[in-house]
Design a protein around this ligand. Structure first.
Ligand SMILES: [Zn+2]
Length: 275
């Protein structure tokens, strides 16, 4: 049987290129390449091939070792803060959702400009809106693990952290069709156990470079300004599509996304260097 996961495992490189991922490797880099960039002539929005519908895989019951995405993942001691790519590559990430009040508006804007993004979802939220994860799969977005209930991991023991992460990967696999390859600790509060469990489950830790602070509802204009001031090659932008009234985040994307594209930025999702 040909599953999408099987295809990815066999031909990750070729498929990644075909699916429009930038040829970039996610790895930590220094700050030297992060200078502000001057605007350039507009680049055409990237054409997005549609992924097939998500396969509905049933989670396996059992108490064995954590099930991992089909990749060997090194143990890290700090999260990745940016991506390493050629040219004006920039990654947009949206945390804490999905929320049926805000996530569809973000997906609509991304679809309008044929741009792919990352969604670090909470398992509990995903369990309420699995159709939004299926839509993310269909539209080529990357879904990462942001724990089940958004706790401060540094206050939890190993089994609780594992449960938070594993249940979330299970619900993502069920709704999105693949186990996640990326995770992000709530509040950016990582610890050794979280890194270990993430690696065991085949996930790389991704933090961010530019925080829009959109959760403070500073106004749409302030969010737009933070993105545009922070934009630089390899930058990972943090926004939210849940956790409160995110109408400013939805509106801000509508304003900054076309401007970033007009400035020559290639909005993409990271590709892992080992497959
Ligand atoms: Zn969060």
């Amino acid at each position: 049987m040909f599953t999408r996961r099987g295809l990815l495992f066999v031909g990750a490189g070729a498929l990644g290129a075909a699916a429009g991922t930038a040829g970039l490797l996610a790895r930590p880099t220094g700050g030297s390449s992060a200078g502000p960039a001057a605007p350039a002539a507009g680049a055409p929005a990237h054409r997005l091939p549609m992924k097939p519908s998500a396969y509905r895989l049933q989670p396996l019951a059992g108490y064995g070792p954590p099930r991992a995405a089909p990749h060997r993942t090194p143990l890290r001691h700090e999260p990745l803060l940016r991506v390493d790519g050629h040219g004006r590559t920039l990654v947009l990430t949206f945390d804490d959702g999905p929320d049926p009040r805000w996530t569809p508006g973000i997906l609509d804007t991304l679809a309008e400009y044929e741009v792919r993004a990352m969604f670090f979802v909470c398992g509990e939220m995903a369990s309420y809106s699995p159709h939004l994860l299926a839509r993310m799969a269909d539209e080529g977005h990357v879904v990462g693990n942001h724990t089940w209930s958004h706790p401060l991991l540094t206050t939890l023991g190993r089994s609780a952290i594992r449960s938070e992460m594993e249940r979330t990967s299970d619900v993502i696999e069920d709704a999105y069709g693949e186990r996640p390859e990326w995770f992000r600790a709530p509040y950016g509060a990582w610890n050794r156990t979280a890194f270990q469990l993430g690696a065991d489950m085949g996930m790389d830790p991704l933090a961010w470079t530019v925080d829009t602070l959109d959760w403070t509802t500073p106004g749409t204009g302030a969010i737009v300004k933070r993105v545009e001031r922070g934009a630089a090659p390899g930058v990972v932008v943090l926004s939210h599509d849940a956790g409160g009234d995110r109408s400013q985040s939805v509106q801000a994307l509508r304003r900054y996304l076309p401007r970033l594209l007009d400035s020559g930025y290639h909005i993409t999702v990271p590709r892992r260097q080992y497959a």
